[in-house]
Design a protein around this ligand. Structure first.
Ligand code: ARG
Length: 576
């Protein structure tokens, strides 16, 4: 379809030159989808835009352009094979594809397993850094968003032909492990095999006991600090218990990933601990580059153009006064690894928008140090907060942050009474949660309203799953070997066909902008066109070529819906 749109643009450009001269050569007709079905399929506001420069009324410009486009047949001009053009309103050109062009586009979709999405000549390697929960802590709603958004982006980028490396930057290192290991030893829980078997609630309880003692008992706090040193210097017994805690948490996270149906596996863990050996080198190299400054005993970098509220330069702390390395040092080491060892072209960090300044400063320091060449693009994809019904950040009644598991439980509970099998309940619950999350502009906060998210009407995940299941059931009643598109004679057939041609452009748009809501909105539009098609065009009761054509439209829609939902990480059952 893209080539037809280009041809249409070229025709319009030729017409402009023919009517108004070479000085307007190359003007972009800015073809946009028509805002209403009665305006045809595409619209251009060329006459309005040319009115100023030409000093002519827009409708007069439009009339001349329409005349120039082809032989007149009444008020509607033919654009040869492509379709028709009509002057409308204050000076719009309404364009309508010919049924032939649309029919061929649907035929093309049916023969292309990749649904018209081009594979780029040169693939780019893209790291998507997402999910990234912290060991011995629950995944909370913020991690839900990172996991859902990151997974959709990883899928879309891969589908668009990129070489995607998923990295789950697990928080598996840091001073809290001193206190956790010390608590294990104090409680005689020193068998690593037993520790690795702890489940999430046991890990959390351990964390809380350790934290309480750390805050109350100065001797324990000292022992915990010494334990951090033992961990960093590689003491085997300490390392074994740390590893057991990491293993226990990873098993819990993996269980959540498979429940959510996301792509992340054990192989994608790329935790902070992995970079620990590189951290002294990061500091040394920054010092050698003359970028390091001492501030109250800490080693910091002042990247250009970062100032605090008081206007004073903002430091990025790479080594704390006590000699420990922090989050920023690890992220710098991670960038070096990704650039030097993974040879990435692009890194996408899917992390809560509250960390945006951290990432901006890390990126600035990495650029200044020459570790991040201009050819490598780094982007922090921040996102807003999930709110409770009261419009405030989602908390439990006792004021704790809501865990991911609790959210999924609520979604499954909402679906449980409606669907027959546990598998479908799980799919519907995931669809409700994921679609609601992905259909907002990323930066926007949204209210976690499980009743609205799970509804089967309106713009929801379950509504799209229904649309898919319904088209599957029609197709199952008339199994075909191959599908044939004959003339698309009904306007609702043509509109559905037009919607189908939008799949490839929207995939490209999401891969480029990293905004999944374009794809959710596209699929909703497609499902709406499908409903209008059913209302106007009986499929199974039709005969001959009409029936064949309608079945082919159903099949193409089924494929696009199922692939589109899959790219959002949403499973679409055949029956619900
Ligand atoms: N573990 C961090 C957190 O829960 C997120 C890590 C994000 N990735 C990164 N490269 N810093 O806040």
């Amino acid at each position: 379809m893209h080539e037809h749109t280009l041809a249409l643009s070229a025709h319009l450009q030729d017409a402009v030159v023919a009517c108004f001269g070479e000085s307007f050569a190359g003007i972009d007709p800015e073809l946009r989808p028509a805002t209403r079905p009665e305006f045809g399929h595409l619209q251009s506001n060329l006459p309005l835009r040319l009115a100023g420069p030409l000093g002519l009324p827009p409708r007069e410009i439009g009339a001349r352009l329409v005349d120039a486009l082809d032989i007149s047949t009444g008020s509607i001009q033919r654009l040869g094979e492509l379709g028709t053009v009509e002057l409308a309103g204050a000076g719009f050109l309404n364009l309508t594809w010919s049924p032939d062009v649309l029919g061929r586009a649907v035929g093309g979709l049916l023969t292309d397993p990749h649904l018209g999405v081009p594979i780029p000549v040169t693939t780019k390697r893209v790291v998507v850094d997402y999910s990234s929960p912290n060991v011995a802590k629950q995944m909370h709603v913020g991690h839900l968003r990172s996991t859902v958004i990151g997974d959709a982006l990883a899928r879309v980028l891969a589908y668009a032909g990129h070489d995607v490396v998923r990295q789950n930057h697990l928080g598996d290192w840091g001073t809290q492990f001193g206190m956790l290991v010390e608590e294990l030893l104090g409680e005689d829980l020193d068998d690593p095999a037993a520790v690795a078997d702890l489940d999430m609630s046991e890990l959390l309880a351990l964390y809380q006991r350790a934290k309480a003692r750390f805050d109350d008992d100065a001797d324990f706090a000292d022992a915990a600090r010494r334990r951090v040193v033992a961990l960093q210097s590689g003491d085997p017994a300490t390392l074994a218990l740390w590893q057991a805690l990491v293993d226990a948490s990873m098993a819990e996270f993996d269980a959540t990933y498979s429940r959510l149906g996301v792509l992340l596996t054990d192989d994608d863990f790329d935790g902070e601990s992995r970079y620990n050996p590189q951290l002294p080198g990061v500091v040394e190299d920054l010092r050698a580059l003359g970028l390091l400054t001492e501030s109250a005993g800490a080693q910091v970098v002042y990247p250009d153009a970062f100032t605090g509220r008081d206007g004073a330069p903002l430091p990025l702390i790479v080594q704390k006064a006590d000699g420990g390395f922090g989050y920023a040092a690890t992220d710098l080491a991670t960038i070096r690894h990704r650039v030097d060892d993974l040879a990435v072209d692009r890194v996408v960090y899917v992390v809560d928008h509250r960390q945006s300044q951290h990432f901006e400063m890390v990126f600035a320091v990495a650029r200044a140090a020459g570790w991040l060449p201009d050819s490598v693009e780094v982007q922090h994809i921040g996102f807003g907060t999930v709110l409770g019904p009261d419009g405030r950040p989602f908390k439990t009644r006792s004021g704790e942050t809501v865990t991911l598991t609790a959210l999924l439980d609520a979604a499954e509970e909402a679906a449980a009474s409606t669907y027959a099998t546990p598998e479908v309940v799980r799919m519907v619950a995931n669809a409700a949660v994921k679609y609601a999350d992905l259909s907002n502009h990323l930066a926007r906060d949204y209210v976690f309203d499980i009743a609205r998210m799970s509804a089967t009407t309106g713009e929801t995940g379950p509504y799209l799953q229904y649309a898919h299941a319904r088209v599957c059931s029609i197709l199952a009643q008339a199994p075909q070997q191959t599908y044939h598109v004959h003339t698309l004679s009904h306007a609702a057939e043509q509109r559905l066909a037009l919607e189908l041609t939008g799949f490839a452009p929207v995939v490209a748009k999401v891969a480029d902008t990293l905004e999944p809501h374009h794809l959710t909105a596209y699929l909703y539009g497609l499902a709406t066109a499908l409903t209008a098609f059913y209302e106007n065009c009986p499929v199974l009761k039709a005969e001959g070529e009409v029936r064949q054509t309608r079945l082919a439209l159903c099949e193409a829609t089924r494929r696009v819906l199922s692939e589109g939902l899959r790219l959002l990480g949403i499973e679409a059952p055949q029956r619900m």
